[in-house]
Design a binder for this molecule. Structure first.
Ligand code: ADP
Length: 201
């Protein structure tokens, strides 16, 4: 559950968000639809505690993003725009590294194996991330976002740049994940919202 109340964000002189309020519940896959510059990424960065709002309150699974930021981060998986990854790391090595940020050592191996299976990375898991196609890199990004089994998933343009086959696969994956979680994804493609989301903002 995410509750955004009267959020405004001003970067220097640029007002990126102006008094925005909405709620998203468990089981919802909510699409942020809007042209470039509408403020989608800014809202996602605020929900995931990357940057603070100028004004307003955000509550994620009962925790306040300013006062209880560590708790919020435990609840949230985030796939940032352009999916930043360490290209020189091997898939398994990278996922183990990310898992180690969240989980005790004893759980890392099992969790990484589970994520590789769930995101369909098995055939490519021995490669360096830099050697993967865009679709498989997106899978690595999704796997890293979900490695700590968060209740909330924030996905910034998760399907941008994918070819039609990859698009279908990644959409199906997100739709499947969304049944158990609270998901917000951003896109500027109308058809994407119809294909994946049950709500649009
Ligand atoms: P979207 O994700 O919908 O494309 P953004 O949230 O990236 O929109 O951007 C919203 C507005 O805020 C844009 O006008 C953008 O130029 C501006 N903006 C985003 N990040 C910064 C920043 N770090 N400093 C100044 N302006 C920014």
């Amino acid at each position: 559950m995410i509750k955004v109340s009267n959020v405004t964000k001003i970067y220097d002189k640029q007002r990126a968000l102006d008094n925005v309020s909405f709620e998203v519940s468990k089981g919802d896959i909510t699409g942020f639809l809007g042209p470039n510059g509408a403020g989608k990424s800014t809202m996602m960065k605020i929900i995931t505690c990357y940057i603070p709002a100028t004004q307003g309150i955000i509550n994620v699974e009962g925790f306040d993003t300013l006062e209880q930021s560590i708790e919020v981060r435990k609840q949230v998986g985030y796939l940032p725009e352009h999916n930043p990854l360490y290209l020189d790391m091997y898939v398994k090595e990278y996922l183990s590294f990310v898992a180690g940020l969240h989980l005790p050592d004893s759980q890392i191996k099992n969790r990484v194996d589970e994520m590789i299976e769930l995101t369909g990375l098995t055939v490519e898991m021995k490669k360096k991330i830099g050697a993967l196609s865009k679709g498989y890199r997106q899978r690595v990004g999704l796997a890293q976002a979900m490695i700590h089994n968060p209740k909330v998933l924030i996905l910034d343009e998760p399907t941008s740049g994918l070819d039609p086959n990859q698009l279908i696969e990644i959409r199906a994956l997100i739709k499947n994940l969304g049944k158990e979680k609270t998901v917000i994804l951003s896109t500027h493609i109308m058809q994407e919202v119809t294909a994946i989301c049950n709500r649009v903002i």
